[in-house]
Ligand binder design. Structure first.
Ligand SMILES: [Zn+2]
Length: 397
């Protein structure tokens, strides 16, 4: 009968091992491996290699496919000293993983080399259960979930777009959600504004949405602003500190205010608009991408202004567009993926088609350009014509 020592030696001879310095170089390379920590939960919570995902050895076979669906991606496994990860590497090779290695000397040797260590804050058992489907995605994981819980997203409007965005952001565990809305819930809203209900008719939308969000997820703090955004209050509201603004406003004076404020406060805006069967989404990211004024430096002249008459909209359309806005907002909070900055995504509900238009920053933009001419807020007066809206000032929600 082979002893444990014999077995370990035998496994070591069959697998790839790399030392701490080689692992560090690999992690910093253009094709970083998936780093899997196979230790127990208490070891992980005392510190781990930054960027690693945690799959305890006992769950390796059952969970690895969820964190590493691509068997050709290199995987580096580590434990405390390099033994458990050696056995784990053999198992992954048997499961068809093509490029698996085990960190020789494990986390102990990594630390001894003075390489970076991350000591995670951790989620309690209740939160681990609630967000388990996020914890299973390596790009989110416990670290990402903690980031979301620390994130602050400001919603402009709790209407058609704000409703689904608010619900999905709250469900995902965005820790603080601000809602700016000075409207009350009426019956015509309920065909699409799913944060409200027949029971909340007549209530402030920000407070009605707050109740819905808190029933959905008590981890979320809601900050309601029962006011219309103006040049007088916008700095005060933004000074409360927001990571992302989700703009679901239904008028262009608000859109220009939000745009200018986002540049001056350095906060990205996820823009959405809807009309009948058509929806649009983009991200205006200060410094990197175009802003709203790069596309439309000034509001349209009165004869081209959008109609102020309530635009019709298919009930589900704001659900689709608002959910896309929530998707962009989550990525911005997590710092993952590619946002829609510089791209306008168009959705046609009748043909069920998505298309995309490239947007470019205008160096002569009056706000974000090289020589800005607008340096303080402009209160535009909303005016109306009989025309239906387009991107220049879509009537929404
Ligand atoms: Zn601009």
């Amino acid at each position: 009968m082979p002893s444990y020592h014999d077995l370990l030696q035998q496994v070591r001879a069959e697998i790839e091992e790399i030392d701490a310095a080689a692992a560090r170089d690999l992690i910093a390379s253009t094709e970083p491996p998936l780093l899997v920590d196979v230790r127990e939960g208490d070891e992980w919570s005392e510190g781990h290699i930054p960027g690693a995902v945690h799959v305890p050895r006992g769950f390796l076979e059952s969970r690895i496919e969820q964190v590493a669906p691509d068997r050709s991606r290199p995987v580096v496994l580590y434990c405390a000293g390099g033994s458990r990860s050696a056995f784990a590497a053999k198992t992954l090779a048997e499961l068809g993983y093509e490029r698996v290695s085990s960190l020789a000397g494990g986390f102990t040797d990594w630390k001894r080399n003075g390489f970076p260590v991350q000591v995670p804050q951790s989620l309690d058992a209740t939160k681990r259960r609630r967000y388990s489907r996020h914890l299973l995605i390596p790009e989110v994981g416990e670290e990402g979930q903690l980031k979301l819980l620390d994130s602050r997203v400001l919603l402009i409007g709790a209407g058609g777009l704000g409703s689904p965005a608010a619900l999905y952001l709250a469900a995902a565990g965005v820790g603080t959600i601000g809602i700016v809305d000075d409207d009350r819930v009426d019956e015509t809203n309920l065909q699409r504004q799913i944060a409200h209900s027949t029971q909340t008719l007549g209530e402030w939308k920000a407070e009605s949405a707050q109740r819905t969000i808190q029933a959905l997820n008590p981890d979320v703090e809601v900050v309601p602003y029962l006011e219309r955004l103006t040049s007088e209050n916008i700095d005060r509201i933004l000074d409360d500190g927001w990571d992302v603004i989700v703009d679901g406003a239904d008028n262009f004076p608000t859109r220009y205010l939000v745009n200018d404020a986002s540049i001056w406060h350095g906060v990205p805006v996820v823009h959405g608009s809807i009309y009948r069967f058509e929806g649009q989404v983009t991200v205006f990211k200060p410094q990197e991408g175009p802003c709203y004024r790069c596309l439309f430096p000034q509001p349209p002249p009165p004869e081209l202004a959008p109609s102020c008459a309530e635009g019709g909209v298919l009930g589900v359309l704001p659900g689709i567009v608002g959910s896309l806005q929530a998707n962009e907002a989550l990525k911005l909070c997590l710092g993952i993926g590619e946002t829609l900055a510089g791209r306008l995504l168009l959705f046609d509900a009748l043909s069920t088609e998505f298309s995309e238009v490239t947007l470019r920053r205008d160096p002569s933009c009056p706000v974000c350009g090289d020589n800005p001419t607008i340096t303080e807020y402009v209160d535009y007066v909303e005016f109306c014509s009989g025309r239906p809206s387009d991107v220049a000032g879509a009537a929404h929600a």
